[in-house]
Design a binder for this molecule. Structure first.
Ligand SMILES: Cc1ncc(COP(=O)(O)O)c(C=O)c1O
Length: 422
């Protein structure tokens, strides 16, 4: 469900024609629908209403502080994976007591920052990390609240790059080794065990793998509780998928009811870390056709957004629907929609059936709200694009297009290169 629809052959975001927004901010740009974001978060959150729970929005999916603030206003906590994301969460107004810190390689500086911020819980991914958190906490006189991220060795049946809960993945501590890690944690003086965590992968289109992971975690928690270890929070991670093309992931209510069925008698607060399902279909990337060209084997539509702006198609081979911002009745062709970046892997769609576009036409690359801007780069020294939020018939620029000055900010030419004679 989203609020990007055609009215009189023009594509709108809520009450505003996308063409009008493009005239005002230029292209390319990311565009988010406020009411879609609110609806996705609310539906997901309410689906778990029957039990004590905390929805920690996964900042990596889309880290703009305006979106963080929007979710904070709806009661969200945050799931962060770096000091930078923690900084964003705090600047977006998140309550530190609702922030969980995941990630396989937290540095000492990040650990210290999180401790001083007073976060809810570190999701710890190795025994050495337990030690490191203990050391930093001891040095600054804090007690660190921790849960262990368990790797349950479950196939989430998703793209290998976004599968995280298999033994061969770098994430978490093997579930059979977890009791030993908890024992170590209980012996370290500056740690306080409060939870358990797992995240088995992203873009999950089936609910069984997550239920299986939950069952494994429950068994482990029962074992830990018998040893007197207190597990107050069970964090199931994120991962619920969305429809990009023809996938049929479970709806949040169905996803939740399967989880609730398993956990209803289990005395703990459930934490969830959704990202994609909240923001994915609430955002599009708007881009303009620069040129078209063809030879005897291929037709190309060259647009002004590239793989640096939206890497998912070239990185994961993922599908994004591409819609004309103004519907014409032109013949359909099969073409590659490609960007300006100097890589053959710079494409937004390959062999796509699409109406014949002309230079100057605008298109919307759909379902680009998650892992779109947040994975964008400056490759080819391309400026990162603007981000716009629409609410009803008003638009708000929530990130300005980068300038050329932004591109070289922080760079320096050493003196010996400026004055080679000296
Ligand atoms: C630890 C953790 N939590 C949550 C998420 C969010 O996943 P998704 O956007 O699929 O909901 C991720 C994504 O990779 C993750 O690594």
């Amino acid at each position: 469900m989203h609020f990007f629809d055609y009215k009189n052959r023009k594509l709108y975001c809520e009450g505003l024609p996308i063409e009008e927004i493009a005239q005002r901010v230029g292209t390319p740009f990311y565009l988010y629908s406020y009411h879609t974001l609110v609806r996705h978060f609310t539906v997901f959150n309410q689906a778990f209403d029957r039990i004590p729970h905390l929805v920690c929005y996964s900042v990596k999916a889309n880290s703009n502080i305006a979106l963080i603030r929007l979710f904070v206003g709806l009661g969200a906590g945050m799931d962060v994976v770096s000091g930078g994301e923690l900084y964003r969460a705090i600047n977006g107004g998140a309550d530190p007591k609702k922030i969980v810190f995941s990630g396989v390689g937290k540095g000492n500086d990040e650990i210290e920052y999180a401790l001083k911020s007073g976060i809810l819980m570190f999701n710890v991914e190795s025994s050495q990390e337990l030690q490191a958190i203990n050391d930093v906490a001891g040095r600054i006189g804090e007690k660190a609240p921790i849960g262990i991220r368990v790797n349950p060795d479950i196939d989430p049946k998703t793209h290998p790059y976004i599968s995280t809960g298999l033994k061969k993945n770098k994430f978490g501590i093997d579930i059979r080794m977890a009791p030993k890690a908890y024992q170590l944690a209980s012996e370290l003086p500056n740690l306080q065990i409060i939870g358990i965590d797992c995240h088995i992968g992203s873009q999950l289109v089936e609910v069984e793998p997550i239920v299986e992971a939950l069952r494994k975690l429950k068994r482990l928690v029962e074992e830990l509780r018998k040893e007197g270890k207190e597990i107050l929070y069970l964090d199931l991670g994120g991962g619920l998928g969305i429809t990009y093309e023809d996938e049929e992931p479970p709806q949040p209510v169905e996803y939740a009811s399967n989880i609730l069925e398993e956990i209803k008698e289990f005395d703990c607060t459930l934490i969830l870390e959704p990202g994609r399902v909240i923001v994915g279909n609430a955002g599009v990337l708007v881009t303009r056709v620069l040129y078209t060209k063809e030879n005897e084997v291929k037709k190309f539509i060259i647009v002004d957004a590239g793989m640096n702006d939206l890497v998912r198609p070239s990185y994961y081979g993922s599908f994004h629907q591409i819609l004309p911002v103004t519907q014409e009745t032109r013949e359909e062709i099969v073409a590659d929609v490609v960007g300006p970046v100097c890589e053959s892997s710079d494409f937004l769609a390959r062999d796509r059936k699409i109406e014949r576009l002309r230079p100057g036409d605008l298109v919307a690359v759909m379902s680009a709200g998650a892992y779109g801007f947040s994975m964008s780069t400056n490759y080819n020294s391309r400026r990162r694009v603007a981000e716009v939020l629409v609410r009803d018939d008003r638009m708000y620029v929530i990130r300005h297009r980068e300038s050329y000055e932004d591109l070289i900010r922080g760079e320096e030419i050493p003196d010996f290169l400026v004055n080679p004679q000296e």
